[in-house]
Design a binder for this molecule. Structure first.
Ligand code: XMP
Length: 614
């Protein structure tokens, strides 16, 4: 190995690649290793990081991996599951207790090089079921977290043994919501492992361009270009590698785009000089007929992904370009959420990772220059290639677009045995709060401890600060945290925006139709325009607007939810706090749309919710 390298052991889930990315951003070479890899795969590394794991539990039976790594005189740092494994290996205990989701405060107890440059209290990000409950003889408590006042402080959130060079963090420093997580990772690499810097984004681009040339050979690439940041940056990178004449762009209007979006996308491609080999097809009918009657979110995703390939192949045949490779702007979260690494759970199947595309990838027929990167890095590559800022800062929009944000239902009632215990739990959690919450008879996808969930949301009464239009974020978010902790089966909290708190809800049948999509397009357009009007478009990272078929207080129609979030890499997220004035404007305009029977604001962190609803 030429460079100082840190090996990241991938125990599954979302995070090993993110850890590697965070190391690279600190100019450190990082390589992913599998838990069963032979010891030779580790001996020349300067350090080892053990990732978290969704599927493995640390408190139960012995976990299987190559424990000979503990015989090496190389520093090892574990996150979440990795932290628990280290504690256990050196004589500590782990119990299934004291779960934490989302934000927590780490109280640092020792002046240690791992925490160099940090304060005494740091915001960290948690997503765990198991907890370290005691330490072995050579370990010290470096920091703890405590969610509630008066709670037993012994959540061993950070542990050290300088004697063994072993370290553990219960939280995820690799997640952007651990505010100084990058510094902690940097401290491990530089202060503990003694690494010297070597990796840069420029090197990465050069290597990527080489790889593209090798893979494509004398062929050309036909790139599916939605007009989003990823496919636009991919177009520029492919153009650099192959030259403009060997790159064709195909923009498909799948009928699931935002209001007037395809027109704007085509115009901006022309403005950027990418209009020469630009092809356009309106395939709305193909997508709507593939989605007809489907309700289940994963079935909808599969239908959309497959229709993209069908449309692409039909168009390629028409243009006599059958031998071209398929280009896609896939980024890393698309792969990981689809369960694309050895142990990751399928949170959702991204449109560019459906089985037929996986087969084409295996046959070497797909080129994806950004597949290793996250959105932030893609934006940085885009800026370095002089892509206009307005394009770089467009909100991310998923390939299946409004198809995922238009929730569908077969209208079957949810049994009282399912909802009643949730309601009892919610009432208990909110006993000391001046607002109520109702478990809704609908489900959406979320993620807890790296595993997909399909659970109910709670509608909280919209509680405002005294005498103001502003929502009382502190109390609402605290109550939400308590509900996730106390009520299994809830993965989101949303807050009522309508003038009255609705009293009754009943599921209603609804599938993907042009009429429903048009209504969603209107509501979404109000939200996008509102963010721009209030100069919040860039501060808010993404803002899905969602509709759900529901009967609310006897009115049959669509319940609408807005979900403004802030994040950096979409692996974790917090709700944006939109100002009361904007909320009042949105409430008035959205509730006036014919067919909308309720409006709420999603205040859920990720985890336990995902960014998108489906
Ligand atoms: P979640 O909802 O999983 O979303 O928190 C994380 C990010 O991924 C985007 N997303 C997609 N992007 N194709 C895409 O190109 C997809 O199928 C897809 N599904 C989710 C989502 O919008 C968010 O930015």
């Amino acid at each position: 190995m030429q460079h100082d390298t840190i090996a990241v052991v991938d125990f599954g889930g979302q995070y090993a690649h993110l850890i590697a990315t965070k190391l690279r951003l600190q100019n450190i070479h990082a390589e992913i290793r599998q838990p069963e890899d032979p010891i030779e795969a580790f001996t020349s590394c300067k350090g080892i990081i053990l990732s978290g794991s969704p599927a493995l539990s640390s408190h139960g039976e012995d976990s299987e991996y190559n424990k000979a790594i503990y015989d090496l005189d190389i520093p090892i740092l574990g996150f979440c599951f990795g932290h628990q494994e280290i504690a256990k290996h050196y004589g500590g205990t782990v119990v299934n207790d004291k779960q934490e989701w989302g934000r927590a405060h780490l109280h640092i107890l020792i002046d240690h090089p791992l925490m160099k440059g940090l304060g005494k209290v740091e915001q960290v990000w948690m997503s765990h079921n198991d907890t370290v409950s005691s330490l072995g003889p050579d370990f010290e408590e470096l920091g703890y977290t405590a969610l509630d006042q008066g709670e037993d402080k012994h959540r061993y959130a950070a542990i050290v043994s300088d004697k063994h060079k072993r370290y553990g963090f219960q939280y995820h420093p690799e997640v952007d919501d651990t505010i100084h997580g990058d510094e902690m990772i940097r401290n491990f690499a530089y202060e503990i492992c003694g690494c010297k810097p070597s990796w840069t984004l420029e090197n990465f681009l050069d290597e990527e361009i080489e790889k593209i040339r090798k893979l494509v050979g004398d062929e050309s690439v036909f790139l599916l270009a939605s007009g989003g940041v990823d496919s636009t940056v991919a177009a520029r990178v492919l153009g650099e590698a192959l030259g403009p004449e060997r790159l064709h762009l195909l923009h498909v209007d799948n009928g699931l785009m935002r209001k007037n979006e395809s027109e704007q996308v085509l115009e901006s491609f022309h403005k950027m000089g990418l209009g020469e080999n630009l092809h356009f097809i309106d395939a709305t009918d193909d997508f709507l007929s593939a989605l007809s009657g489907l309700v289940e979110p994963e079935e909808k995703r599969h239908a959309i992904g497959k229709t993209f390939v069908d449309v692409f192949e039909k168009e390629a045949r028409k243009l006599g370009m059958e031998t071209h490779l398929l280009g896609q702007g896939t980024i890393y979260p698309d792969t990981i959420e689809t369960g694309g690494t050895k142990r990751a759970d399928t949170i959702k199947t991204h449109h560019n990772r459906v089985p037929i595309i996986e087969e084409m990838i295996a046959a070497g027929k797909v080129v994806e220059p950004l597949a290793e990167l996250y959105k932030t890095e893609v934006r940085n590559v885009g800026l370095s290639l002089d892509i206009p800022e307005e394009m770089i800062w467009r909100h991310p929009f998923p390939g299946p677009g409004l198809g995922v944000r238009l929730l569908c239902s077969d209208g079957e009632p949810i049994p009282a045995e399912e909802l009643n215990p949730l309601q009892t739990g919610i009432d208990k959690a909110l006993a000391d709060y001046p607002f109520s919450g109702t478990a809704l008879p609908l489900k959406s996808v979320g993620v807890k401890a790296d595993l997909r969930t399909y659970e109910h949301p709670v509608l909280l009464e919209g509680h405002h600060l005294d005498g103001s239009k502003e929502l009382d974020w502190r109390h609402l978010e605290k109550a939400a945290g308590l509900i996730y902790k106390m009520v299994p089966g809830i993965n989101r909290c949303i807050c009522n925006l309508a003038p009255q708190m609705p009293q009754s809800f009943a599921p209603r049948a609804g599938s993907v139709t042009k009429e429903r999509l048009d209504l969603l397009r209107e509501a979404d357009n109000f939200v996008m325009e509102g963010l721009k009007r209030h100069n919040l478009y860039q501060k808010v990272w993404q803002c899905p607007t969602v509709i759900v078929p529901l009967t609310v207080d006897g009115n049959e129609g669509e319940f609408c939810i807005i979900r403004p979030i802030e994040t950096e890499r979409a692996m974790s997220a917090v709700a944006s706090h939109l100002p009361g004035t904007l909320l009042a404007e949105l409430t008035e305009s959205i509730l006036a749309l014919p067919g909308i029977v309720g409006l709420a604001y999603d205040i859920t962190t990720k985890p336990p919710g995902t960014i998108e609803w489906e």
